[in-house]
Write a protein that binds this ligand. Structure first.
Ligand SMILES: C[S@@+](CC[C@H](N)C(=O)[O-])C[C@H]1O[C@@H](n2cnc3c(N)ncnc32)[C@H](O)[C@@H]1O
Length: 183
């Protein structure tokens, strides 16, 4: 897969995180080794991080400050967080379409969703190349726009950190209210 192993947050994530109030709660879905969870903890947020394999994040710095949830999100079990709500939700480099409604439902009022993952066309540059893991054109926008107000959306070839075709969105669960502070 053409993801990089950097500890650095993705630019898109770092750009929109400040829209969430400084003492807010964040959920990192499919957190992997936890680079975004640690980034958020260092900024002072309360962080819940979820993955089917939390062995790497559990061993990492600041792991004690992160609520870790080990769960297979694709095995048909109920959403592991029940009706809990978050001020911000991050999903990066992960796609399992049936989760879209649960993710949107887990946003609190005024909650911010920041989502970036691969889309069709990425197969020319590397993995993932399986269409099950690649968004169709406009798919992330469609998945969000009924219930969320879209703040920013991009769909295309990213040249850094390595070439990849991705969609990325930032959206807020307050479609009829004012937007958050300017970026
Ligand atoms: C490419 S990594 C992305 C990790 C992280 N979001 C990031 O950007 O650094 C994809 C993650 O999805 C997780 N994952 C894949 N299938 C999963 C499943 N069925 N349930 C929960 N997590 C899953 C993997 O364990 C892996 O950590």
């Amino acid at each position: 897969m053409n993801t990089h192993k950097s500890e650095e947050p993705l630019d898109w994530i770092a750009r929109f995180v400040p829209l969430v109030k400084s003492d807010g709660t964040f959920l990192d879905v499919a957190c992997g080794n936890g680079r975004h969870a640690r980034y958020l903890i260092n900024l002072g947020y309360q962080v819940t991080a979820m993955d089917r394999d939390i062995s790497a994040i559990r061993k990492s710095k600041n792991a004690d400050s992160i609520e870790l949830i080990e769960a297979d999100l694709e095995d048909g079990s109920p959403w592991p967080l029940g009706s809990r709500k978050f001020d911000g939700i991050i999903v990066s480099n992960y796609l399992y379409r049936p989760l879209f409604p649960a993710i949107i439902d887990a946003l609190d009022d005024d909650g911010i969703l920041i989502y970036e993952t691969f889309s069709l066309g990425n197969e020319k540059y590397g993995r993932p190349s399986n269409p099950n893991f690649l968004l169709k054109p406009g798919e992330l926008l469609s998945a969000c726009s009924d219930e969320l107000r879209v703040i920013a959306y991009e769909d295309g070839l990213l040249k850094t950190p390595s070439p990849a075709v991705k969609q990325r969105i930032c959206a807020i669960k307050s479609p009829f209210d004012g937007l958050p502070s300017p970026l």
